[in-house]
Design a protein. Structure first.
Length: 390
């Protein structure tokens, strides 16, 4: 997600600084090169050697005659993005007032003046976060184009956002955002059809592919709605559903102002009439399965001009047959393109897939995150807004 991106990581004096080592590791796992910048207060919480170890680079702990702030964040500086994580109330207030009395605030002022993207992840006690002056400072800095990664409000604290949220926003800030201003709806994961209050019919879909597509579209600037039976995620507005009927209803509503739909979910093909009470075990039971409506067909009928990307899962392992089945779906529902894959990749971090268009098919093999990026780039090209390699 961050291949080739240089991240200057500013660390300030919040107790959340103890998470800096793991955050730096995650940034590097996603492909970034990281260099640390620390305030004096941060050095009282975590030793600069720990940040040096985590980034594999020297750490800026003071601004010297080498003008480290300009070398990092100035015109033609090293950093593609300046990330401050964690950022204290004190630091946010200073940035809003152009006060430069720490290496972090000096780098921030330099970055803002040089149009280097800045991302801030606040962390403080909740009453501090609710202070009118702090909120005003956040609004002021946000108006300058700084991206804020909202904290998690828990236990009276505004805790630093998750690594996933921070990495997503760093990637979004560093990239070209070809999908900016676009609304992308993604369906993801399995649905479940109730047999009784305890038992359900479902499938093995993990939702990893759908979440990867949603995150990739967010990184490229889109506003994303994720319709699934799964966790809240920081890169999308989540619509929680369980059954095929609920997914269809939520998707239909979300598509009212959508620019495209990516139908990744493995939606139940059949439902049953559920019992209001738990069925007793040990007895013979026959279930009468009723087919569910095809989501892409229903959405196509209601939104005839909406670009839709479909997914087609097969078990044959025969690529020719997969392409043929994908093209049949593409033509039947008037899809933009179809991603065909084998059922064996369900639950895995990697995948092998075919991106099938009307006239050609491209093979992809690698991580689901990588495939999500390929799909997001194809959507950007389809919508006529360019592409990015972020």
């Amino acid at each position: 997600m961050l291949e080739g991106v240089n991240v200057a990581l500013g660390v300030t004096g919040s107790i959340a600084a103890v998470k800096t080592v793991e955050l730096a590791h995650e940034l590097r796992r996603q492909g970034a090169t990281v260099r640390g910048v620390m305030t004096g207060s941060a050095q009282g919480i975590i030793h600069p050697w720990a940040v040096e170890f985590a980034t594999d680079n020297d750490v800026v702990t003071e601004i010297t005659g080498s003008v480290e702030h300009v070398e990092l964040c100035g015109y033609d500086g090293w950093a593609d993005v300046f990330l401050i994580a964690p950022a204290t109330a004190n630091t946010v207030g200073k940035i809003a007032g152009a006060v430069d009395d720490t290496p972090v605030t000096t780098c921030a002022t330099t970055a803002l003046g040089a149009d280097t993207p800045v991302v801030i992840a606040p962390a403080m006690h909740e009453p501090m976060y609710d202070h009118p002056g702090v909120l005003e400072a956040i609004d002021t800095v946000a108006e300058w184009g700084v991206e804020f990664v909202d904290p998690r409000i828990e236990e009276g604290k505004a805790k630093i956002a998750s690594e996933d949220a921070i990495v997503s926003d760093v990637a979004r800030a560093a990239g070209d955002r070809p999908l900016a201003g676009k609304h992308v709806v993604v369906t993801s994961g399995a649905t479940s059809e109730a047999i009784d209050p305890v038992r359900v019919i479902t499938n093995r879909s993990s939702g990893k592919m759908g979440r990867a597509v949603a995150q990739a579209c967010y990184v490229r600037g889109a506003d994303v709605t994720l319709v699934h039976d799964g966790p809240d995620v920081p890169y999308a507005t989540v619509q929680q559903v369980e059954s095929a009927a609920e997914m269809l209803a939520a998707t239909r509503e979300a598509c009212d102002d959508a620019d495209t739909l990516v139908s990744v979910a493995a939606i139940s093909d059949y439902t049953v009439e559920a019992s209001d009470e738990k069925l007793r075990s040990g007895q013979e039971l026959t279930l009468e399965l009723e087919p569910t409506p095809k989501l892409i067909d229903e959405i196509r009928d209601e939104y005839p001009e909406l670009p839709i990307v479909g997914f087609k899962t097969e078990t044959s392992g025969d690529e020719g047959a997969m392409i043929e089945q994908a093209r049949q779906t593409l033509e039947r529902a008037g899809l933009a393109f179809v991603v065909a894959n084998d059922a064996s990749v369900m639950g895995s971090e990697t995948t092998c897939a075919l991106l099938v268009h009307a006239d050609d098919a491209a093979r992809y093999e690698g991580t689901k995150a990588g495939l999500g990026g390929e799909i997001a780039d194809s959507i950007a090209a389809m919508l006529g807004v360019g592409s990015t390699g972020s």
